[in-house]
Design a protein around this ligand. Structure first.
Ligand code: R5P
Length: 316
């Protein structure tokens, strides 16, 4: 394949630099400028003609700005005659609107998939999509990595609590929680959650036993933290000994930080698909951030060399 070039959007430069470091390269030179009215201009400062280009951008807060920046980056690279463009989205925003769950609503995950393809991406590389079937919203290849190998090997390294139980904070996370439970050979409990609004959820039941156990709760993301905090309070009420949360994408918006500070959670394991805000870094003293740079870097290396990436899903 032609020369590999790695560009970074503005959303997560620390992760992009770590990926470049893993690949033994530097980030390619590009500039993002904003006009006084908010329009974005991207200018690539090096020749990409015939290159195998990867552009890294998490579509996290401010989601609309970073999404448009990614689209403009891709358009710019296409018009500069890159041979192949891979959009690397460590966090794929808008994924939660992935179906019509009531009348007269959009399917925004599909719209964003269309926009990325139309802009000119040839492939997508991403991590822990909110729903795996979003891969099918694209008509271009999607490599979908999971943070699970990274989180599991961290847990195995630090120490796996005895009497552990895996807790899924809602029905949507059962598959993920079951995979961890099978990996660690422990039992699974499931929480029955009902969403009242974008920031509020109620939970009433827990299926399974957490009494006297060390809980590991897994989720793909923490947004307002209502889900994991309510679940943590319920587990405590049901007699859990300790509670640890592992979530891939730290969106941490709205009341998330205050909720996480109040909740009976000993350790919050997150990844760096989204950078932590200054406030989160200052106020959350029980957070461990694991990097996805090696897994993403290795996937980029293999895509570039036309090698299989599927073995990356199983390691750890
Ligand atoms: C739900 O389907 C997701 O897996 C998360 O549990 C949810 O989106 C988290 O949102 P919040 O932190 O606002 O409760």
């Amino acid at each position: 394949m032609n020369k590999l070039k790695l560009f970074s959007g503005s959303s997560n430069i620390p992760l992009s630099k770590k990926i470049a470091n893993y690949l033994g390269t530097e980030l390619a030179q590009g500039k993002v400028m904003t006009f006084p009215d908010g329009e974005i201009l991207v200018k690539v400062d090096e020749d990409v003609r015939g290159c195998d280009v990867f552009v890294i951008q998490s579509t996290c807060h401010p989601v609309n700005v970073y999404l448009v920046e990614l689209l403009i980056y891709i358009d710019c690279l296409r018009r500069a005659s890159a041979a192949r463009i891979t959009a690397v989205l460590p966090y794929f925003g808008y994924a939660r609107q992935d179906r019509k769950d009531e009348g007269r609503v959009p399917i925004t995950a599909k719209l964003v998939a269309n926009l990325i393809s139309t802009a000119g991406a040839d492939r997508v590389l991403t991590v822990d999509l909110h729903a795996a079937q979003i891969q099918g919203f694209f008509d271009i290849p999607v490599d979908h990595l999971m943070a699970e190998p990274v989180i599991s090997s961290y847990l195995q390294r630090v120490h796996l609590a005895e009497d552990m139980v895996l807790v899924s904070p809602d029905v949507g996370n059962v598959k993920r929680a079951r995979r961890y439970a099978e990996r660690f050979n422990v039992e699974l409990a499931i929480i029955d959650k009902r969403r009242l609004s974008g920031s509020d959820t109620v939970i009433e039941h827990i299926i399974g036993n957490v009494e006297g156990k060390n809980v590991l709760m897994v989720d793909d993301l923490i947004a307002t933290a209502g889900t994991v905090c309510n679940a943590a309070f319920l587990c405590k009420e049901k007699g859990a000994k300790s509670i640890r949360i592992a979530a891939t994408h730290p969106i941490l918006c709205g009341p998330a930080i205050e909720r996480l500070v109040e909740a009976p959670i000993e350790n919050i394991i997150l990844t760096d698909t989204i950078p932590l805000s200054q406030k989160a870094q200052e106020e959350l003293d029980n957070v461990t951030v694991l990097t996805m740079a090696e897994l993403l870097g290795e996937a980029i290396r293999r895509i570039h060399r036309n090698e299989s990436v599927s073995s990356l899903f199983l390691t750890g």
